[in-house]
Design a protein around this ligand. Structure first.
Ligand code: C5P
Length: 235
């Protein structure tokens, strides 16, 4: 079975990140590097994690004009990441440019194209917050609209909340891969996450990849926590 767990390296320094990577790499599918760590430690941290052989999900949520996003995606491909994110609300042309840049740069550099994942509506936004930025649609409908747009643009994956997985699975082509954060193992606390599923529930609902942070990284023994999650996924 492929290991679907990507651990969120939400730490401020390269040292802390690499300590976690060394401890966890054998027990997880890969690592997510987001804005905090990337801004602090730069592309070197991506290279360092890749040198361990671990897969990297670069979660920088690009949102800019198509040319700029295409060039950022090309740079991410040259860093040899396996997944990266763009905001679906950047529009069709931006999404198409991102996917095209991923494919072209991968072909030029002899790599597999990374999975370009669309972020739909941030889970921190509710319908009232969406209305404030000029979108009068209900959150659920806006998620579906942006998911459909991303697929129309040729993207092969989406980030979604655990509670969106089942609905999106039904409406999207089966080849589209769903990546979900907001995962909490049974019996653990929720931290600041409000609507969570267990790792197993998320896979059963149709998720392909799980992003898990604190339940592993803040555990007294992160490796044991990761291994316990993995066991919970075995049939
Ligand atoms: O520690 P925790 O498991 O909550 O970490 C989840 C990771 O997924 C964090 O990096 C967080 O920023 C990210 N994320 C999330 N909810 C979203 C999108 C991303 O928790 N809707």
């Amino acid at each position: 079975m492929r290991n679907p767990v990507f651990v969120a390296l939400d730490v401020p320094t390269a040292e802390e990140a690499l300590d976690l990577v060394r401890e966890l790499a054998p027990a997880v599918g890969g690592f997510k590097i987001g804005s905090e760590l990337f801004t602090a430690a730069g592309p070197d941290i991506v290279r360092a994690v890749r040198r361990t052989g671990a897969q990297v999900f670069l979660d920088l949520k690009f949102h800019d004009i198509p040319n700029t996003v295409a060039r950022a995606v090309a740079a991410a491909v040259r860093l040899d990441v396996q997944m990266l994110t763009v905001h679906a609300s950047g529009g069709l042309a931006m999404l198409q440019a991102a996917e095209e840049a991923a494919q072209q740069t991968a072909a030029q550099t002899g790599r597999n194209a990374p999975l370009v994942l669309a972020v739909t509506v941030l889970t921190s936004l509710d319908s009232a917050a969406l209305a404030e930025v000029g979108c009068d649609d209900h959150v659920g409908r806006q998620v579906e609209r942006l998911a459909a747009l991303a697929v129309r643009a040729g993207l092969r994956g989406l980030v979604c909340s655990p509670l969106e997985v089942a609905g999106l699975r039904q409406m999207l082509p089966s080849h589209v891969q769903l990546v979900t954060p907001g995962i909490r193992p049974e019996g653990g606390g929720a931290d600041d996450q409000r609507r969570t599923l267990t790792p197993r529930q998320a896979l059963e609902a149709g998720a392909d990849w799980l992003v898990i942070g604190r339940p592993i990284t803040a555990a007294p023994q992160p490796r044991l926590a990761a291994e316990k999650i993995l066991r919970s996924l075995e049939l």
